[in-house]
Design a protein around this ligand. Structure first.
Ligand code: NAD
Length: 253
């Protein structure tokens, strides 16, 4: 396979950058074997639309179905390993004086790769909380036949600690992500279809504030036409090439 080509104009802009911010979506974990929302899931889950299981109404209607769906995805995430794209972002974090990584992913793979200070816009599939009060649950499940299990203090069903469609994002995480987008010299939008709001507005905020915005995605998205650079390909191939381009240009300066 040929190495991904990084435009020299982009490398020059990166060499000048001090404040870099990144938004990642499900696509960066695709090469780790975690399906994106737009991939068809086979077998057990093929008759369900994932987006329709990711709502408070779905949980209200059928808590067991939603619980089982999330346990199934949780197992996939735990079995997956960070890929070359996740690891390249760890390297980028070391290069720039200010680096902020916001992710829409709930899989924990950025943290497992070694990224520091990950801003998780949509929570974590690896954690649980009370479905009524939001009280965290960090224990092992009570031995009960009931599914979902109940929070031992509140008595209500447990649910995954993720942000469902129609729910409000964590205010502090959003504020930090928005600030990073406003202040960035360079903004990356990686592996996201740019359809889920408000996350999709972050690259636009960066653009309005004169950042160079780089999209990395094998396919065209709703944001592609606005991007300063659209790099078509897999994050696990383009990001390591980008790190290499920056490091080798630095050493020849
Ligand atoms: P999405 O499924 O809407 O879009 C995924 C994007 O990734 C697509 O544009 C696709 O072309 C691109 N892509 C596929 N393979 C890629 C690769 N190898 N490299 C780079 N890009 C690649 O995902 P989204 O935009 O993140 O929005 C969906 C929502 O679903 C998010 O809110 C997220 O929380 C949730 N989600 C999370 C996970 C996860 O944690 N891994 C998985 C599925 C869905």
């Amino acid at each position: 396979m040929l190495p991904a080509i990084i435009p020299s104009e982009l490398t020059k802009r990166l060499l000048l950058a001090r404040r870099v911010a990144v938004l990642t979506g499900a696509g960066i974990s695709a090469e780790s074997g975690v399906p994106t929302f737009r991939d068809a899931l086979t077998g057990l889950w093929e008759k369900y639309d994932p987006a329709e299981l990711a709502t408070p109404e779905a949980f209200e209607r059928n808590p067991k179905l939603v619980w089982d769906w999330y346990q199934f995805r949780r197992e996939l995430c735990l079995a997956a390993e960070p890929n070359a794209g996740h690891r390249a972002l760890v390297e980028l974090e070391k290069i720039f004086p200010q680096f902020t990584l916001t992710t829409q992913n709930v899989d924990g793979l950025h943290e497992r790769a070694g990224s520091q200070n990950v801003l998780r816009l949509h929570g974590s599939i690896l954690r649980y909380k009370c479905s009524r009060t939001g009280q965290p649950f960090e224990d092992s499940f009570p031995l009960t036949a009931e599914t979902p299990p109940r929070h031992p203090q509140t008595g209500h069903f447990l649910r995954p600690d993720v942000v469902w469609f129609g729910e409000v994002l964590p205010v502090d995480v959003w504020a930090l992500s928005e600030q990073a987008a406003r202040e960035a010299d360079v903004y990356f939008t990686i592996g996201t279809s740019a359809l889920v709001h408000p996350a999709a507005s972050l690259p636009k905020i960066a653009m309005q504030n004169e950042a160079v915005v780089i999209e990395i995605n094998p396919t065209t998205t709703a944001f592609s036409a606005s991007a300063s650079f659209s790099l078509r390909g897999k994050a696990g191939e383009i990001l390591p090439a980008l790190v290499q381009a920056v490091l080798s240009s630095r050493s020849t300066d």
